[in-house]
Write a protein that binds this ligand. Structure first.
Ligand SMILES: Cc1cc2nc3c(=O)[nH]c(=O)nc-3n(C[C@H](O)[C@H](O)[C@H](O)COP(=O)(O)O)c2cc1C
Length: 135
């Protein structure tokens, strides 16, 4: 399996409706192809980890990168993995939070990243949450 991590910027402010729509589509598609992961939103920034079989990850990432709802999609890491960090999440996120309107993503993110054992991956997510909290 591989794990891919990227950051991007939303073209418009991220509304709860936009996030809900992205998550609905993501969960439906990801379950079908064995992709799991975590999507964090802070202001207009997205940070997403995708893990699963290489073909599924590349096809999914290709679609995501072409999505007009965001731009400046930059891959931060791509690793071969033997174990998933998010085995239970077709796509985890700040459920129930008003993403984009909520300045304090750090508390929500802290709970979401608690199960992450990979130190490098944890660093990316906690750094992202810390920067949002400081902004
Ligand atoms: C930040 C962001 C994250 C996304 N994550 C996923 C994802 O994990 N899986 C997925 O299938 N689509 C994801 N999408 C949606 C895709 O860009 C695309 O709209 C969708 O895969 C199209 O699926 P459909 O043809 O079934 O409607 C994401 C979009 C954005 C903007």
């Amino acid at each position: 399996m591989i794990r891919l991590l990227y950051i991007s910027t939303a073209r418009e402010p991220v509304t709860p409706e936009m996030l809900a729509d992205i998550l609905r589509t993501s969960r439906r598609n990801n379950v079908a192809v064995g992709v799991t992961g975590l999507l964090i939103v802070g202001g207009r920034r997205f940070l997403q980890a995708l893990e699963g079989p290489p073909e599924a990850i590349f096809a999914t990432y290709d679609r995501i990168a072409r999505d007009p709802r965001h731009f400046a999609v930059v891959q931060l890491a791509r690793d071969t993995i033997v174990e998933r960090q998010f085995p239970d999440w077709a796509m985890g996120s700040q459920a129930g939070r008003t993403a984009g309107v909520d300045a304090d993503v750090s508390a929500a993110v802290a709970a979401l990243i608690a199960p992450i054992t990979d130190p490098s991956l944890r660093g990316y997510f906690s750094g992202f949450a810390g920067r949002q909290a400081a902004a």
